[in-house]
Design a protein around this ligand. Structure first.
Ligand code: PXP
Length: 249
């Protein structure tokens, strides 16, 4: 199981004081030393944490860079210029604290309409990224219609949103909900693999709830930020990443 470490929260801390530190690039280097196979960052439209220059510097590191971004013309331009190894397309709302849900890949119709989906703005953005050799992943909820639409869009990967599962796992006595949400992720992963999509997952994963997600067959990479950064306050980034690597094996 590969681990992608999301370093947005380091930039959030820096921006809270509008200072030049802590430096997400330096932290990314420590994460790589701790065993991270990739670095993930989200360049938001409002630039509330990661800045354009961070992405340029992160790209120069000898590691795989996964750029999370909204499917907009501005972000497309930036991605085509910086050429990360992977782009993960996510929905973005100005007011949200973090990415709250997956993309809705088939918004207009209840019935799957492949032609409409492929010709959508999203479909065109995916094609332009892939034409430049960038691997495209779509962040979606574990829902069979979304998985199907991701395949129609010829995405390379989907990233299954584990937020609902994770939230339930934080609350005592929610065992049934945890089981149900975990099952949804497992079923979606299986469906995706059967139709030729590769599968990652992320959101809300911590040192405990990650194990069941890591055990899902075919899961390739888990993208984790908050719990690792929180743990690093006690043990440092390198060890916090190494501990997560151990947890996902
Ligand atoms: N994957 C995606 C697409 C995300 O938007 C986020 C949050 O930035 C994560 C993974 C990581 O979530 P967390 O910080 O809760 O581990």
């Amino acid at each position: 199981m590969k681990l992608g470490v999301n370093i947005d929260h380091i930039a959030t801390l820096r921006e809270a004081r509008q200072e030049s530190f802590p430096n997400p690039v330096a932290v990314a280097k420590e994460a790589i030393a701790g065993g991270a196979e990739g670095i993930v960052c989200h360049l938001r439209e409002d630039r509330r944490h990661i800045q354009d220059d961070d992405v340029i510097r992160l790209r120069r590191l000898p590691t795989r860079l996964d750029l999370e971004m909204a499917a907009t013309e501005e972000m497309l331009r930036i991605a085509l210029k910086i050429k990360p190894d992977m782009v993960t397309l996510v929905p973005e709302k100005r007011q949200e604290i973090t990415t709250e849900g997956g993309l809705n890949l088939n918004p207009k119709s209840e019935k799957l309409n492949p032609k409409q989906i492929r010709n959508s703005k999203l479909g065109k953005i995916i094609n332009k990224l892939q034409d430049k050799g960038i691997i495209v992943s779509l962040f979606i909820d574990p829902d069979h219609k979304q998985v199907e639409a991701a395949a129609v869009l010829t995405a390379d990967f989907i990233e299954l949103h584990t937020g609902r599962y994770a939230r339930a796992s934080y609350i005592k006595g929610k065992t049934l909900t945890v089981k149900k949400e975990l099952e949804k992720v497992g079923v979606a992963a299986q469906q995706a693999r059967l139709i030729g999509l590769r599968v990652n997952a992320g959101h809300g994963l911590d040192y405990h709830n990650v194990k069941a997600i890591a055990a899902i067959p075919g899961m390739e990479e888990l993208n984790i930020g908050f719990s690792i950064i929180a743990r690093s306050l006690f043990v440092g980034i390198k060890k916090a990443v190494a501990e997560m690597k151990e947890a996902v094996q």
